[in-house]
Design a protein around this ligand. Structure first.
Ligand code: NAI
Length: 339
């Protein structure tokens, strides 16, 4: 008799569309045959209402214990209110590498059909260190924090990722012509680390030029490593290249802990309508399944998802269809069941 592993994984179903897309993903993983004991925890706006705390201690303890978390998007007030829960979690668990693959999906019409690149974003430093001071009513001093340790480990991560995933090139993205000290250190560290990886080609590109090249000829890029802020912005651009925020995946990886989440936010404009696309969270969950060693299940889920996308009959509104989250999910489950 085959003995199945039982995994303990922390689950944060988030705000806005979070609970809707989370349910879809749980149902699909269940049908794929992976047995997970989901340890449901709160974070964000709903946690604040109950605990007056956006990341309750129970949530932290659960992630510390389970070391793997699947997280739906969380609402962060813009320009005021509490600080980003996502940033706080990434910093608390020292999840220094944010991995965001962008590869064309079957049948999703985009201007380019041969995009296959991966953004490796430094995830703990830069302006996300949250160091801002008011000097007077009309002057703010914001700090871009970059450390040698931070540069070294993210550059090493990018090269190791390239080797493990059969990639040929790692490009470094900075604005070192202007930020001569901070981005200068990032670039110089990249150059030092690259010497340990003679079989991987390298390229250096300024972030403004990268943006222009990405919208003209994205297929020229392979793995790209960059400081936090550039990674945040450029990876949304790359999500746009493959069909939008609804389909983009990501993983936050640390030394011995990882949180998987979609690139998109809580989409308050469509929350509660049952029309959100669960693909971004589902593909992030597939990254999670690969991380825990359930490679076959991840492959099967992606195959079923790609079939549904290819058929194009049951798509959510963001993909120019008129199906609900539930109908889209049921279609993926149907394909999975007959595999
Ligand atoms: P957003 O990603 O939530 O929405 C942008 C647009 O994309 C909206 O029109 C939305 O309807 C659409 N969209 C996003 N995900 C979709 C999906 N799965 N299916 C169909 N359409 C989808 O970005 P926005 O509006 O800037 O942010 C809303 C909130 O989310 C803010 O509080 C923000 O701070 C938070 N946020 C949270 C993130 C996280 O928890 N990882 C990441 C990004 C934003």
């Amino acid at each position: 008799m085959e003995i199945l592993n039982l995994y303990n994984i922390t689950l944060i179903d988030g705000d806005g569309i979070g609970p809707e897309i989370t349910q879809a993903v749980i149902d699909i993983i269940d049908v794929a045959g992976v047995k997970i004991n989901w340890d449901k925890q709160l974070a964000g706006a709903r946690a604040y209402k109950i605990y007056q705390d956006t990341i309750p201690n129970e949530t932290i303890t659960s992630i510390e214990k389970n070391k793997v978390c699947l997280k739906a998007p969380i609402t962060t007030p813009i320009g005021t209110g509490f600080k980003s829960v996502n940033v706080a979690l990434r910093r608390h668990f020292d999840l220094y590498a944010n991995v965001r693959p962008s590869k064309n999906l079957p049948a999703i019409q985009t201007p380019f059909q041969d995009v296959d690149l991966v953004i490796i974003r430094e995830n703990t430093e830069d302006i996300y260190a949250g160091i801002e001071n008011k000097i007077d009513e009309e002057t703010i001093h914001g700090v871009k924090l970059i450390t040698k340790k931070g540069c070294k480990r993210i550059c090493e991560f990018a090269f190791e990722y390239a080797i493990k995933n059969n990639r040929k090139e790692v490009g470094v993205v900075t604005k070192a012509n202007i930020s001569k000290l901070a981005d200068g250190m990032f670039l110089n560290t990249f150059r030092e680390i690259s010497k340990n990886y003679p079989n991987i080609s390298t390229r250096e590109i300024l972030v403004d030029n990268l943006c222009m090249q990405l919208v003209q000829n994205p297929s020229q890029f392979d793995v790209l490593v960059m400081p936090n802020l550039y990674g945040d912005i450029v990876s949304d651009l790359c999500a746009g290249l493959i069909g939008g925020l609804g389909v983009a995946q990501s993983a936050n990886i640390g030394k011995d802990c990882a949180i998987f989440e979609a690139v998109h936010g809580s989409a308050p404009d469509i929350a509660g309508q049952g029309i959100a696309n669960p693909t971004g969270l589902l593909r992030s969950a597939c990254m999670m399944l690969n991380y825990i060693g359930e490679i076959e299940a991840a492959k099967n889920i992606e195959k079923a998802l790609f079939e549904v996308l290819k058929e194009g009959k049951t798509l959510t509104k963001d993909l120019k269809g008129n199906s609900t989250t539930e109908e889209f999910t049921k279609e993926i489950i149907k394909k999975l069941s007959i595999q």
